[in-house]
Design a protein around this ligand. Structure first.
Ligand code: UD1
Ligand code: CA
Length: 466
């Protein structure tokens, strides 16, 4: 057998199917898998082959599709009416150069692996056709591979056109082909729709190849998930779980300890150092970084966060666009909103919300507080229920809390305001002026109004006759 073809590669991705069974107004190939569109996964795999051209055949939602991939160098082809896979390829033919070798992929088969495609390319010469097939337990609905006694591929028969014997075959067509553009063009021109579905079947090109004595070379994928197509939400969920498990597997290989890799979701990228522990049901979105020895408790959500060494995030915390310094302790039930910048050894406790605020080293906000638009120094202690009133209804104002300030419970700081170094604020204070350093400041201390005041008592029920 000769070497692989030296022709430049054209990847042709079919994505014109309507996706009716998704029951959604979103184009099928834009549904997310690991937070990226199905089609994105196919394009990423295709790009590893350094193709000269990538063509996507679409049928619906052309604008949404092109907008989702406007950074990619893609030739978009509109298949006006969906008359079958052969017709989809036909619509792309005018854009395919004769000297190219064409690899046909599907926009709704997202997990096709680069290694499998590379193997297909390596095994397919200029004069042969490459075909990815698989042996499956339940071939229902799929095209079957018909071979002769010498095990050479003769043709593909669709389920609806197959007789009983053919339907018993478990080797199926994945739909992924590799062949020279000139051959493809010649064979597509010969297609008819004289079949059970009155569609133009791409699969008929196999028998045209055989008629011209072109050998059809088959290879198998490494894993059946690679060739799984998405038609409905159930299949989407199934593949999502598989994909997440693969990501978890990679992270565990890199040293992460997981309480349960089946209850882990990564929707983006996760950079980790040694000895990270991740408890169940945490979701990582966007780009997150976890330093050495970080501990992520159950049910946490992290979106674009950077955690230093030894950071502990306790259960049910929500962190977004936050930076957390080494050995800090967050949660349970804490919320870090965008712009939260925490120094080392900070403590953020339950029902505390931090937004656009810098919290200095060793400062503690342990209970029920809102700290927004704030610059806080080191070793500050914020009592329960303290609120920075940063919003006057029109504009946001800044609060500055200098080092070693101690704020009593239920304090409102009406911004703009500065609390001087080492100040102590008595519980229940509402302050709208700068607070002096190293002094006790407090407001609203109530004095008894009169000494003969009595607490109201319940009336006794009236007795009869009175
Ligand atoms: C096709 C194959 C079948 C194979 C199966 C694998 C044909 C005739 N049959 O089945 O042998 O086992 O895939 O999943 O090729 N598409 C278009 N335009 C169309 C029709 C389809 O772009 O007019 C696209 C779809 O978006 C999808 C792909 O082609 O990505 C396959 O279409 P689908 O209807 O799912 O497959 P079948 O034709 O049933
Ligand atoms: Ca079909």
């Amino acid at each position: 057998m000769s070497e692989h073809s030296d022709s430049p590669l054209c990847v042709l991705i079919l994505a014109a199917g309507k996706g009716t069974r998704m029951k959604s107004s979103l184009a099928k190939v834009l549904h997310p898998l690991g937070a990226k569109p199905l089609l994105w996964h196919v394009i990423e795999s295709a790009k590893t082959l350094n193709p000269a051209q990538i063509i996507v055949v679409y049928g619906h939602e052309g604008q949404a599709l092109q907008a989702a991939f406007n950074n990619e160098n893609i030739t978009w082809v509109h298949q006006v009416a969906q008359q079958g896979t052969g017709d989809a390829v036909k619509s792309a033919l005018p854009f395919i150069k004769d000297e190219h070798q064409v690899c046909i992929l599907y926009g709704d088969v997202p997990l096709i692996q680069p290694q499998t495609l590379a193997r297909l390319i390596a095994k397919t010469s200029q004069n042969t056709m490459g075909l990815l097939t698989a042996n499956v337990d339940n071939p229902k609905g799929l095209g079957r591979i018909i071979r002769n006694a010498k095990q050479q591929v003769l043709r593909i028969v669709e389920e609806k056109d197959a007789d009983e014997l053919e339907r018993a075959i478990t080797e199926i067509n994945t739909g992924i082909f590799l062949l020279q553009a000139t051959s493809l063009k010649r064979w597509i021109a010969k297609l008819t729709n004289h079949n059970a579905q009155q569609e133009y079947y791409l699969t008929d090109i196999v028998q045209f190849a055989v008629e011209e004595n072109v050998i059809v070379n088959t290879i198998y994928p490494q894993d059946l998930h690679e060739i799984m197509g998405i038609n409905d939400k159930s299949q989407l969920a199934q593949l999502e779980r598989y994909y997440q498990r693969q990501q978890a597997e990679k992270l565990m290989q890199a040293g992460v300890t997981m309480a349960d890799p089946n209850r882990f979701d990564l929707r983006g990228s996760l950079q980790i150092e040694r000895d990270v522990f991740i408890d169940v049901n945490s979701v990582f979105e966007g780009e997150n970084q976890l330093g050495e020895g970080c501990h992520i408790g159950p049910n946490c959500m992290l979106i674009n966060c950077k955690l230093g060494k030894g950071v502990v995030i306790l259960a049910n915390s929500h962190l977004e666009d936050a930076v957390v310094g080494d050995f800090s302790r967050i949660g349970p039930f804490a919320r870090l909103r965008p712009g939260a910048q925490l120094g080392q050894n900070t403590h953020i406790g339950n029902y505390v919300e931090i937004k656009n605020a810098t919290i200095g080293e060793g400062s503690k906000i342990n209970h029920l507080s809102y700290i927004g638009d704030t610059l806080m120094g080191k070793d500050v202690n914020i009592g329960a229920g303290t609120i920075t009133c940063n919003y006057d209804g029109a504009n946001k104002h800044q609060t500055i809390i200098e080092d070693e300030v101690h704020i009593g419970s239920d304090t409102q700081l009406i911004a703009p305001i500065r609390v001087g170094k080492g100040a102590t604020i008595g519980a229940g204070s509402t302050l709208n002026k700068d607070v002096p350093s190293y002094q006790l400041t407090l407001t609203h201390r109530l004095e008894p109004r009169s000494s003969d005041w009595q607490r109201p008592r319940k009336h006794k029920p009236l007795e009869d006759g009175k």
